[in-house]
Design a protein. Structure first.
Length: 344
């Protein structure tokens, strides 16, 4: 694939325009399709309370949440790939996904026994909080195991992440084996990802964390560019490499943790979107991180719109669609790159 040689000043405005179009399109489609007139009269003229509720309390928060989570997963994937200097890396390498899964499984199993009297809403909040805490704890453990004498070895972090993820998956498997049919359905549904319960409260929780994470990573875009040359070279250029590592890991863990907590596990976004952008626009993280934010949001909005329309009135779990779209597309990128002798 040939790297983009045109005017890079138009890239971000173009992606913003596509994002706005995807948001508008997502308002129209769903189990119940709306026309322009119905949307206008419901929102601005308040002529139809049912449509107004559908737009303002169901579709808009769902679109906002999917955009935030798509942006958060995509930009964090790009940052991890830069930190590991490996375009095939993603957030699973630092243990955040497996930790969130483990604690979510524990919460679901316990909510069916010890916490059986809790309301359904409180159970869902408990699962989200447990997943968020689990993601942060496993990430900290991976970071702790890979640090010594004030230095963090990326290779050790990679190996520690693989080991911790495998161990967390094994513990999750034990509790899944011990769960009853209802708990097993809940675990399966959560692990496949969904925005079906999206609301403005979730948007207000996810929004600040994702925005802080995006800004924090963008402030380190020049440092990530330097790290691509090698850690020693980055130090010679005046980059505080260890400080950058810790900040990138922390910001990534926070973003991915809160995203997984609210939506369940959604794969391939943090892997495919940055990789595609890197092949098209190059490895300049000053552009790559910004583009990842907008393209990740677009991808998630479009995918979620498909998830709630192609089998309407039911809907597919979002994780299934991202895997069905992302995996073949990623394989195509790899084959394309190999045939054109492009380094991946």
């Amino acid at each position: 694939m040939t790297e983009f040689k045109g005017n890079r000043a138009i890239i971000i405005p173009t992606l913003v325009s596509i994002l706005l179009l995807s948001i508008i399109g997502a308002l129209f489609f769903g189990a119940y399709h709306l026309s322009i007139q119905e949307i206008w009269s419901a929102v601005f003229l308040n002529d139809n309370s049912a449509n107004r509720f559908l737009i303002l309390q169901i579709r808009l928060p769902r679109i906002a949440l999917s955009a935030l989570i798509g942006a958060g997963l995509s930009v964090s994937g790009a940052a991890i790939q830069g930190l590991f200097r490996n375009p095939l890396a993603d957030q699973t390498l630092i243990g955040v996904t497996s930790g969130a899964m483990l604690f979510a499984v524990l919460s679901i199993v316990l909510s069916g026994s010890i916490l059986a009297q809790l309301s359904e809403l409180f159970k869902q909040s408990t699962i989200a909080l447990a997943a968020f805490i689990g993601g942060l704890l496993t990430t900290y453990l991976v970071y702790f195991l890979s640090s010594s004498d004030g230095r963090t070895k990326v290779t050790t972090m990679l190996l520690a992440g693989i080991a911790i993820s495998a161990f967390a998956a094994a513990i999750s498997g034990i509790f899944i084996y011990l769960s009853d049919d209802e708990q097993l359905r809940d675990i399966t549904f959560w692990s496949l990802g969904s925005f079906s319960g999206a609301n403005w409260i979730q948007v207000l929780i996810v929004g600040p964390i994702v925005l802080i994470g995006i800004i924090g990573l963008m402030l380190r875009s020049k440092a990530l560019n330097a790290i691509l040359l090698g850690e020693k070279e980055a130090v010679y250029l005046g980059i505080e490499v260890e400080k950058v590592k810790s900040r990138v890991i922390l910001l990534t863990a926070l973003m991915v943790g809160v995203c997984i907590a609210m939506s369940g596990i959604i794969g391939f976004v943090g892997l495919v979107i940055p990789h595609l952008l890197r092949l098209v626009f190059g490895t300049d993280y000053r552009l790559l991180l910004k583009a990842s934010v907008f393209l990740g949001a677009v991808f998630m909005i479009i995918t979620d719109t498909l998830a709630r329309t192609i089998v309407a009135p039911s809907e597919l779990p979002i994780g299934i669609l991202t895997a069905m779209i992302g995996a073949p597309f990623f394989l195509w990128l790899l084959v394309k790159a190999q045939h054109q002798n492009i380094a991946i």
